[in-house]
Design a protein around this ligand. Structure first.
Ligand code: UDP
Ligand code: MG
Length: 315
């Protein structure tokens, strides 16, 4: 029998786990032609998430878990999971049931038809504010305009990946991760299915606007050097204008002498140039910072405990 790994990053999810287990068990019961592995990544939860998972794992050998040494964030939790799953295909799913597990059989069907990456696109987003929807839309637009890799709109990490897509993702060891982009980057045969995104079943979202902006910058900077080019363009434009202005001043001074006026215009130019320079430095800094982080070559994550439910591994 083929094995499907369900990869679930979980951070402080004690409130939803029971519902999640029920839904997953239902899924496994209905999809009898496959073996299932429920692979939890406990991303340094501060609540009882790990204890609850452990409790379930005692009686259910489909459950495996990996306990990270601290909270590393969802991006790292996902690669930690991918490194350790053993299925012929892997489904990444949020613990909070915003991604309905009932969609997985359909994903499996497409996988059986030869697709390597069956991803779920949200046709609606329940329980999300207007502002979040708008900013998300603008972000996808910007990202697509600065990179040549096709970026999938309105898709999260909820998807089924064939083993070879998982192997490909495992090779990407960047420390500042933007997994959504990697799914596009690896290529392979992709299939889109649509669903309505549910609101969180319980508990709180771990994202705030500050974190989302961080992720957005990550997405753009890790996939494109366009901001550096924009800095070059702005620099060139400003320098050209400044040069023309310089010629004008020199000619004016030679022809009419100087009246020592021009304090406001001098200040304006200095401030503008200073601002443009700081902006460019900031952009360069974003990239230098990433070079710095990558060269440190630290491990992506550290494992506290790894529990594999079934003894026999199909690896
Ligand atoms: N998550 C994680 N580590 C974190 C934050 C979140 O593993 O540091 C998990 C979380 O448990 C959930 C998924 O990532 O399974 C998505 O998180 P959340 O629901 O908070 O994000 P949203 O759906 O609001 O984008
Ligand atoms: Mg969520």
């Amino acid at each position: 029998m083929k094995k499907i790994s369900i990869l679930i990053p979980a951070y402080n999810e004690e409130e939803v786990l029971e519902k999640l287990f029920t839904r997953l068990a239902n899924l496994a019961n209905k999809t009898k032609d496959y073996d299932f592995e429920f692979f939890f990544i406990n991303d340094g939860s501060k609540d009882d998430t790990l204890d609850i998972i452990k409790e379930y794992a005692e009686t259910d050998e489909r459950i495996s878990y990996l306990n990270l040494s601290r909270n590393f964030g969802k991006e790292v939790a996902m690669i930690a999971g991918l490194d350790n799953v053993s299925g012929d295909a892997t489904v990444i799913i949020d613990a909070d049931l915003q991604d309905p597990p009932e969609l997985i059989p359909e994903m499996i069907d497409w996988w059986e038809k030869g697709y390597d990456d069956v991803y779920a696109r949200r046709s609606s987003r329940g329980g999300e504010s207007f502002l979040k929807k708008l900013s998300s839309k603008m972000f996808y637009k910007t990202l697509q305009s600065v990179t040549r890799i096709p970026i999938q709109k309105d898709t999260g990490d909820f998807r089924l990946l064939d083993k070879r897509a998982v192997e490909a993702l495992k090779q990407i060891r960047e420390s500042q991760r933007y997994t959504k982009g990697y799914f596009s980057w690896i290529g392979f045969k992709k299939k889109e299915i649509t669903y309505d995104r549910d609101p969180r079943a319980a508990g709180q979202t771990k994202w705030n606007y500050f974190k989302l902006i961080e992720l957005a910058i990550e997405g753009i900077v890790s996939f494109s050097t366009a901001p550096l080019r924009i800095a070059t363009f702005i620099g060139t434009a400003v320098a050209s204008i400044a040069f023309i202005y310089l010629v004008v001043i020199v000619v004016k001074t030679i022809a009419f002498g100087t009246d020592l006026a021009g304090y406001p215009s001098t200040m304006a130019v200095i401030l503008f140039l200073g601002g443009a320079q700081l902006l460019s430095l900031g952009i360069i800094g974003e990239y230098v910072g990433r070079i710095f982080n990558e060269t440190k070559n630290r491990p992506l994550y550290l494992i506290e405990e790894l529990h594999i439910g079934t003894r026999k591994k199909s690896r």
